[in-house]
Design a protein around this ligand. Structure first.
Ligand SMILES: [Zn+2]
Length: 340
């Protein structure tokens, strides 16, 4: 079978691997159909000194496919079923897992496609408990965006920031994979959405997604624009993932008692914050990473209800690297999908 392996920093190779054995007890075998690209792929591709992993490692952190085979005694999943997979090898038995807080598993064995072999291969065996059926009417291409892009945003906005209908939210990088999802999810419950983009073409596209106000952060200071748009009050929630370049400006955009939720630091990991401002303004800063299995189900249900991902490009497996280059260049608007 085909597999795309990272063999060193910025070195990807399409290799021929033996097909996996029939699924062991408790496992299913999945024929991968679509892999969605994420910044996590870029971090892995560029190399991260602190990441404990051995190479080669099969890439692909987010995917959808079809059940090819099930182990005896598997219930609820049959060959041919469309599914998505939870992308971290959680233990399933610790307190966090038992409580459905899968992304806080105490014994996680790694993120697939990053620490351990991922989904960019024809066939993969995985525990059946990490597999989630795709509802009728949702394509595998769209479903491939559920485990990370959709579920991360679902977890950030609703579990963590507790975004309510009628509130205002600033979504950074509205053209990014998760930015496009955040705009759509916030608009779907009737929020006022302000977003930032890096060029005017993206501004037009962000408006078509429903953004009420779009700020070109290259020509306008976003914190000033947000203060003006909100009559100096600020927004209820900031959706952060840009990091060092925007973090302090993001805090300045918050209302008193506002919530900032962050899941990324693409522009750099370090910043300083004004602690007086933090407590006097009663800000809540919430770190968010990954999502729960429930968030993936909620995401797929939203897709079935018509809230679909914005797809930037589809590329074949052999062009995975071209997809990564597009992601890295920030030209992207929405998600890049690698098809099989
Ligand atoms: Zn666990």
């Amino acid at each position: 079978m085909r597999a795309l392996a990272l063999t060193g920093d910025r070195k990807l190779e399409l290799v021929d691997l033996p097909s996996p054995a029939p699924p062991a007890q408790g496992e299913v075998q999945i024929k991968v159909k679509a892999v969605a690209l994420n910044h996590l792929d870029l971090w892995g591709y560029r190399g991260m000194a602190f990441a404990k992993r051995k190479m080669p490692v099969v890439v692909g952190v987010e995917a959808a496919g079809e059940i090819a085979a099930v182990s005896p005694g598997t219930s609820g999943l049959r060959p041919g079923d469309a599914v998505v997979m939870y992308g971290a090898l959680t233990c399933g038995t610790c307190k966090a897992c038992r409580e459905g807080r899968d992304n806080l598993c105490e014994n996680v064995a790694g993120i697939m496609g990053f620490h351990v072999d991922g989904f960019a291969r024809d066939l993969v065996n995985i525990p059946a408990r990490l597999v989630i059926p795709v509802p009728a009417g949702v394509t595998l291409r769209d479903a491939a965006c559920a485990p990370i892009a959709f579920a991360t945003v679902q977890h950030m906005l609703f579990d963590n920031a507790r975004l309510e209908p009628g509130e205002s939210v600033l979504v950074h990088a509205g053209g990014s994979g998760i930015g496009t999802v955040a705009i759509k999810m916030a608009k779907a419950i009737g929020c006022t959405v302000i977003t930032t983009v890096g060029d005017d073409a993206k501004a037009e596209k962000a408006k078509t997604l429903g953004a009420d106000h779009v700020i070109n952060y290259r020509t306008d200071r976003f914190e000033g624009a947000v203060r003006k748009l909100t009559g100096k009050k600020g927004v209820d929630v900031v959706f952060e993932h840009v990091g060092a370049e925007t973090f302090n400006g993001s805090l300045l955009c918050l209302k008193r008692g506002g919530r900032l939720v962050t899941c990324g630091a693409t522009s750099g990991p370090s910043t300083t914050i004004n602690l007086m401002q933090l407590f006097q303004q009663q800000y809540r800063i919430i770190g968010s990473f990954g999502a729960s299995m429930r968030n993936i189900r909620e995401s797929l249900a939203k897709m079935a209800g018509g809230l679909l991902p914005v797809i930037d490009t589809e590329v074949p497996l052999a062009d995975f690297e071209r997809g990564l280059a597009r992601l890295e260049s920030r030209q992207v608007f929405g998600k890049i999908i690698v098809t099989f």
